[in-house]
Write a protein that binds this ligand. Structure first.
Ligand code: NOJ
Ligand code: CA
Length: 677
């Protein structure tokens, strides 16, 4: 069935406006999830159940504004219901066609303050969770308001474990997750993943609390009260206000994914469905792909970002990487340290960065011309060190220059301690407060005008905005591979089996997998990569990103042609994706089918425990034979003692078979299923 036919089959129920009751409830299309809204003791409350069992107990909603007391909500004045079942197509993604099947309930609340006199809460209910947002439609167009509190709370019923790290730490979102009783959460970043305490044994509930469509509003954190309630805490402006708005506005969606397994969270598409359709009409210039770059060599201190005798970004070195990319089929070469401003303490002196002037030993025109002849694009790099006004002042000129030489992708960066970004008035800003949320989108908009896609590091967290701005290709926003070069400690094996069920629920991550020499001359385990080589391959499948780097040095790939073959073969754009098995922090098995292709790819990872998993291959097409090209941990492989041991073997399989995934400690497996008939 074509996409067009699917769209025609769309069922759009007409909205119905009912007489307001004291309590309004609505169910998801399959009657799985139910929300009820009511007012009590001056509070507007919502409660959520799944299959008739309470999941979130009654918890407050609403905003408080400067110059007003906290509103008392006295009742529901109107309720409106509708339903929609549509399917839309992503220009690129983990899944080409996305079904958006939801019911909607809008309740109008009456409050006793001028700004809260009438507020709508819009709920969208899906069978795997919900989103809700506040719409303050009655605020006059020219009236400036300041939000001073987001009253939203989440009250999961029962005992939960949580994977989280302390929010607002100086390294932003680059922390290792800890697993604790959820009641020990002090202040957590979202997406926040919770699992019912007995979840493992009984298949109990998994929840993920996050937000969608974070536009012109501060990013939401969750503050725990020690007793299992999590309250929205928004990253403030320097004067303590949270959001500055003028006229009518709606907040981002507050979202809760509700699943019976960890995999159900990973396979939910609520995040995308709650974002607006693309604002970019022609998306044909936005290209997923694989890249290499002058990058890991700086992180290993073999070359420098700044000028000098071992400057990495030279014309000659860039050409060497272009040759390598062309030879092995990569689309782009990222070059960091090409522009003036890196000398000295660049983190302290971010306002010295030029985004148009190259160091004299880097000839941008010669390099891009050389790349064009070989079919390889230069990927730009804009490290701002958090000096946002300096970047914004040059943004238009910079993007114009890059477009003129055929650069179509730029990696940005905001290396600066959380909360110390200075705005044009010298006021400190959080890395994901309203100011940076605006900046983030501004960069994407300017870039889009110049047909440039963005890969943001140290970013505002992802909230599904790639649907609206498909040139927001990927971002960092977690501890990536770079920590395996210089981290103290580096990422332990469980990090990459936590990410798929936490950070990745927000959207794609530019993790930069593919390190062949994980030891890189280090003697201490916690100062080098803590994985086997099979893991480095599996990450291309497990961690979704439309752009993936092959992060290691060219010579390290040429030394491992066995493993490198998988990196050359694996695509980054998918027809469909399925999480086949998984437990947060323990293991995961993911299968993805290339967009427009018939093959399948599989990635499996374990934590520090060796693990044997049997995987049914029933996702393959029935009646077809496939050559399974298996890259698995070799004899005596172990992330501690023998990370490089890899066995590559081939087998003929069908959908009726199953595969034993025998993973070493800190190991994994990567498989390409190549269709034969
Ligand atoms: C941090 C980024 O995550 C990394 O990829 C980059 O190389 C450095 N900043 C320098 O910009
Ligand atoms: Ca980083």
């Amino acid at each position: 069935m074509s996409f067009r036919t699917l769209a025609l089959l769309t069922v759009l129920a007409l909205p119905t406006i009912a007489q307001a009751a004291e309590r309004e409830c609505a169910q998801s299309p399959g009657k799985v999830i139910e929300v009820c809204v009511f007012t009590r003791d001056g509070q507007a409350l919502y409660a959520v159940s799944k299959g008739g069992k309470p999941v979130l107990a009654a918890a407050p909603m609403g905003l408080t504004f400067a110059g007003e007391a906290q509103a008392r909500y006295t009742g529901i004045t109107a309720a409106k219901r509708s339903a929609s079942d549509t399917t839309w197509e992503q220009p690129w993604g983990e899944q080409r066609l996305i079904r958006d099947n939801h019911s909607e309930l809008t309740v109008s609340l009456a409050g006793d303050t001028p700004l809260n006199k009438s507020v709508d809460v819009v709920f969208r209910l899906f069978d795997d969770g919900l989103g809700f947002r506040y719409a303050y439609a009655a605020i006059p167009a020219d009236q400036a308001v300041a939000v001073t509190d987001d009253r939203t709370e989440f009250k999961p019923v029962g005992a939960y474990d949580a994977w989280w790290y302390e929010a607002l730490g100086q390294e932003r979102d680059e922390y290792l997750y800890k697993q604790t009783d959820a009641r020990r959460i002090t202040l957590a970043e979202t997406p926040l993943t919770l699992r019912q305490n007995n979840g493992r044994e009984t298949g109990g509930l998994h929840l993920s609390i996050h937000e969608a469509a974070l536009v012109d509003f501060p990013s939401m954190l969750l503050a725990g009260d020690g007793a299992g309630t999590y309250k929205a805490r928004l990253m403030p402006w320097a004067d303590g206000t949270l959001a500055r708005k003028t006229g009518a506005f709606a907040t981002p969606w507050r979202t809760v994914l509700i699943g019976d397994s960890a995999g159900a969270l990973a396979d939910s598409r609520i995040e995308l469905n709650l974002n607006e359709p693309s604002k970019i009409a022609d998306t044909s210039w936005i290209k997923p792909g694989k890249y290499v770059g002058i990058w890991w060599e700086m992180h290993l201190q073999k070359s420098t970002w700044g000028s000098g005798p071992i400057h990495g970004a030279t014309t000659q070195n860039a050409k060497r990487y272009i040759d390598f990319a062309a030879k092995y089929g990569f689309d782009g070469v990222l070059v960091e340290g090409w522009n003036k401003g890196w000398d000295g303490d660049w983190i302290a002196n971010g306002d010295k960065f030029s985004f148009t002037e190259a160091y004299p030993d880097f000839d941008i025109k010669a390099i891009t011309d050389y790349g064009k002849a070989k079919g390889v694009k230069l990927i730009g790099h804009n490290e701002t060190a958090g000096a946002v006004p300096n970047y914004e002042a040059q943004l238009e000129d910079a993007m114009k220059l890059y477009e003129s030489v055929g650069v179509s992708q730029v990696k940005t960066g905001y290396v600066r301690h959380s909360g110390t970004i200075l705005d044009q008035d010298g006021q400190p800003q959080w890395f994901a407060g309203q100011y940076m949320v605006r900046h983030n989108l501004h960069v994407a908009e300017v870039a889009a005008r110049h047909h440039i896609s963005i890969d943001a590091h140290e970013p505002v967290k992802d909230t599904g905005l790639r649907r609206t701005w498909p040139n927001m290709l990927s971002r960092e926003g977690a501890r990536g591979q770079e920590f395996n070069a210089w981290g103290d400690p580096t990422n332990p094996p469980e990090h990459t089996v936590i990410l798929p069920f936490t950070r990745m629920l927000a959207g794609p991550m530019d993790f930069t997998p593919g390190i062949m020499d994980v030891v890189h001359g280090k003697t201490e385990l916690t100062r080098r990569g803590q994985s086997t080589i099979a893991v480095q391959l599996a990450l291309y499948v497990v961690l979704y990103s439309p752009i993936h780097m092959a992060a290691d040095l060219p010579e390290n790939y040429e030394a491992r042609p066995d493993a490198f073959q998988f990196i050359r073969d694996v695509p980054t754009d998918w027809e469909t994706s399925k999480t086949l098995q998984g437990q947060v922090g323990d293991y995961i098995v993911v299968a993805r089918q290339p967009r427009g292709g018939k093959d399948w790819f599989l990635g499996a990872l374990t934590d520090e425990q060796p693990r044997k998993l049997n995987q049914k291959l029933d996702f393959l097409a029935t009646g077809k034979r496939y050559e399974a090209q298996i890259y698995r941990d070799g004899p005596w492989a172990d992330f501690r003692t023998n990370p490089g041991a890899l066995t590559v073997e081939k087998k003929i399989v069908t959908a009726k078979d199953s595969l034993d995934l025998d993973m070493a400690a800190g190991g994994g497996a990567a498989v390409r299923f190549k269709i034969l008939d």
